[in-house]
Design a protein around this ligand. Structure first.
Ligand code: C5P
Length: 357
């Protein structure tokens, strides 16, 4: 068996789950403001953002993969040739089974584009609530594709997890003080111009978020299946994923009327847009690590806990008050997490009876 990898002496599995939770808390807020704070004429193109995301993520993964191959090569001194790690890596990237990554690659490009539609047409909290449905789609795809067996109790705890997060977020949306503060900061940056009102279309937003839940579940589980079904290196798989994303990500860019040159890709990329891009790239890399060392279902728990944590942070930083629905919602999340992690056969008796009857 493999030794469990660590980072700074801590198990990589838990470090990556916690990192993903923090990343998730920041992501939807920054992404939302990068879209709604700017009039359409000055907005960056989501198509460019999706393409740049893949280019950046692919390059970082390539560098990590190259570094890994060279350190492995240097342990085998007799093959000493400066180009051999590079050639070795190319051989691994263009391996006969690389086509398997084309499916999650296409799904993730669709998902990343849908996310922009959703986030631009729904309030942040509504987006986050409805995006929780991916906990259930992910579990369903894990059962179908990975043949994971979930007891009725595990299903029930996933269901409670989704409900708990929804309760926490519905309450967040009614006390959006810090959100308004951010809006004012953004508004004052364009002092001379009249304050811009972003028009949202909730139906479009809901449609996009529902579709994104399905691609998220399917792509994540498919990536897990490919990753765990072979010995290939995680970073090589990531490079393959990004390479296959380039084509589907590039097509919408071709249809963007304002993008003619490489330079145009970066048009209207201000601070919020760059922050969105970098948080997304980082999130993609951490997601890959989480899928490798844990699984997609645990990933759902990490992001749910992040929502509770970010609300607690707002209580401390922005003097949000703790309301009954926050207490109910976060207790449900914590109870669901505890329940899911009970070893099989040791579930609370009362609960098993309720679920099985
Ligand atoms: O919401 P969800 O967790 O499904 O989002 C996954 C995100 O992680 C997507 O934006 C996807 O592009 C990214 N990802 C990645 N590399 C992987 C797996 C996921 O960049 N190996």
């Amino acid at each position: 068996t493999e030794v469990e990898p660590t980072i700074f002496g801590l198990p990589l599995k838990y470090v990556s789950l916690v990192t993903l939770a923090v990343q998730n808390a920041a992501m939807s807020i920054v992404m939302h403001y990068s879209r709604v704070s700017i009039p359409p004429s000055e907005a960056y193109s989501p198509a460019s953002a999706v393409l740049l995301n893949e280019m950046l993520k692919g390059s970082i993964s390539f560098v990590i993969a190259l570094w890994r191959v060279s350190t492995l090569e240097s342990r085998r001194p007799l093959t000493g040739n400066m180009f051999s790690p590079f050639r070795q890596l190319l051989r691994e990237i263009f391996s006969p089974d690389c086509w398997k990554l084309s499916i999650p690659a296409l799904l993730y490009v669709v998902q990343n584009s849908l996310q922009f539609v959703a986030v631009s047409n729904l309030p942040v909290a509504t987006f986050q609530v409805t995006y929780q449905m991916k906990i259930l789609t992910t579990a369903a795809f894990s059962v179908v594709l990975l043949r994971k067996r979930l007891s009725p109790m595990k299903w029930a705890s996933l269901f409670f997890l989704a409900i708990g997060v929804a309760i926490v977020q519905i309450q967040t949306s009614t006390s959006a003080e810090p959100v308004r503060q951010v809006e004012q900061v953004v508004g004052s940056a364009h002092d001379s111009a009249p304050r811009y009102m972003h028009v949202m279309s909730p139906l479009k937003g809901f449609g996009a978020v529902t579709a994104a839940c399905f691609t998220s579940g399917l792509a994540g589980v498919y990536f897990e299946m490919v990753l765990k079904g072979s010995k290939a290196d995680l970073w090589v798989r990531n490079v393959q994923l990004s390479l296959f994303s380039l084509l589907p990500a590039f097509i919408p860019v071709l249809y963007t009327p304002t993008t003619h040159t490489f330079h145009d890709l970066f048009k209207n990329f201000g601070g919020w847009a760059w922050a969105t891009l970098l948080i997304q790239v980082f999130g993609g890399l951490v997601t890959a690590v989480v899928i490798k060392y844990s699984d997609n279902i645990l990933k759902g728990f990490a992001t749910s806990l992040s929502i509770v944590l970010s609300f607690l942070a707002s209580v401390i930083l922005f003097h949000f008050s703790i309301t009954p629905s926050f207490v109910v919602g976060s207790s449900t999340v914590l109870a669901a997490t505890w329940l899911y992690n009970q070893p099989a056969g040791q579930e609370p008796a009362l609960f098993v009876n309720v679920v099985n009857s």
